[in-house]
Ligand binder design. Structure first.
Ligand SMILES: Cc1cc2nc3c(=O)[nH]c(=O)nc-3n(C[C@H](O)[C@H](O)[C@H](O)COP(=O)(O)O)c2cc1C
Length: 354
């Protein structure tokens, strides 16, 4: 109810203005705003992953908190993780406005932000004044727009050094459609070179590669094979999708659900063959059905962005209620057991949850 009212007002405003105002509000008064939608954390929701124990199987995807201003808000809300960024070495303004558009009928967004952000220094300082929470803090790295692709590796390595031992996991983002040429870095030579450099730096923090949903099957296979044999802990699938018929930028939400789901399933099928690599799922995730299907294919942890905008913070407590219901329905005690049922016993969701 409260969120419906807030949304009605916020959706009257320019989307980026509403976003910035909300970030500032949640960032300044985390303890007040996190009361709404907060739910009781419980060990039964915990899942074991390459990042360690994640307190809840659903978290926030990159781009919502580019400058790490809402760590205290999401930490208090009780989400599984928050991926801040994309962070670039230096601050940059991003692309020209307007660059964020709502597609309300489709429960989707289109953005052409272009890694607007305050840069590594400010993000590190914001993280350092935030408290510690059970949620996992990811830091998503990108190159500056002015850095040519043949020097991009230096931007990424700089960020690894700069954030060394800060955060629970890192993400190499080479899949945003809004920085010219960035997606060309989803290339064998670049990924192998980067992986070797990270090995020589003996990076201990789990690191993921975030991929685009707009690649062909062969390219996804090739990237997944490289990841299998690399220092990376896995893949984040997927970023936004280019849909030029809708305009410039990347589309997120329900319009990319099917595309992202197929890519998650393909990467899961390759990575789960004789490897300890994993897939973090994102793209059009909105319901328990999305999570269950992901579990059935061998995944565990998922992220949301667009469904958080359309449904508000209560989306997390509504997932918690579904987990409680499913535990009771199947006579299990934990989400880990639900994941095992979905994956190994191929159990389906009860009809009333589909
Ligand atoms: C406004 C906006 C900004 C985004 N910024 C980033 C970003 O900086 N880095 C990144 O890796 N992904 C970014 N994303 C992509 C999301 O993290 C996510 O991969 C994508 O939106 C698909 O998930 P969704 O359908 O739940 O929104 C952004 C998405 C939106 C809508």
């Amino acid at each position: 109810m409260i969120y419906k009212l807030f949304k009605t007002l916020a959706f009257q405003l320019n989307p980026e203005f509403a976003h910035v105002a909300t970030v500032k509000g949640l960032g300044l008064l985390p303890s007040v705003f996190s009361i709404y939608g907060n739910f009781e954390s419980s060990p039964k929701y915990q899942i074991e992953t390459n990042i360690g124990v994640i307190p809840f199987p659903l978290g926030i995807a990159a781009g919502l908190d580019k400058n790490a201003e809402m760590v205290d808000y999401f930490g208090r809300l009780g989400v599984g993780g928050l991926e801040v960024g994309t962070v670039t070495p230096k601050s940059q303004p991003g692309n020209e406005k307007p660059r964020l558009f709502r597609l309300p009928k489709e429960h989707s967004l289109r953005n052409y932000m272009g890694f607007n952000g305050e840069g590594a220094g400010q993000v590190l300082s914001n993280i350092s004044i935030s408290n510690d929470y059970p949620m996992k803090l990811g830091i998503n790295f990108g190159k500056n727009k002015v850095t040519p692709n043949n020097q991009a590796i230096e931007d990424y390595l700089y960020l690894f050094d700069y954030f060394a031992s800060v955060g629970d996991y890192y993400v190499v983002n080479v899949s945003s459609p809004n920085t010219p040429g960035l997606r060309d870095l989803q290339d064998k030579a670049f990924l192998i070179e980067l992986s070797k450099e990270l090995e020589s730096k003996e990076i201990q923090t789990p690191t993921y590669l975030k991929i685009s949903p707009d690649m062909g099957v062969e390219q996804i296979r090739e990237i997944s094979e490289i990841i299998k044999d690399s220092i990376f802990s896995g893949i984040i699938a997927t970023n936004t999708s280019s849909m030029p018929e809708l305009g410039i930028g990347g589309v997120s939400g329900q319009l990319i659900r099917e595309k992202s789901r197929k890519i998650r399933e393909l990467t899961l099928s390759i990575l789960s063959e004789q490897s300890d690599k994993e897939v973090i799922g994102v793209g059009g995730v909105d319901s328990i059905k999305d999570l269950w299907e992901f579990w059935q294919h061998g995944g565990k942890y998922m992220q949301i962005y667009t469904s958080f905008i359309y449904r508000g913070p209560k989306i997390f407590s509504s997932f918690a209620q579904k987990f409680d219901f499913l535990c009771e329905y199947f006579g299990t005690d934990t989400v880990e057991e639900l994941i095992r049922l979905a994956r190994y016993e191929k159990v389906n969701l009860p009809e009333n949850l589909i």
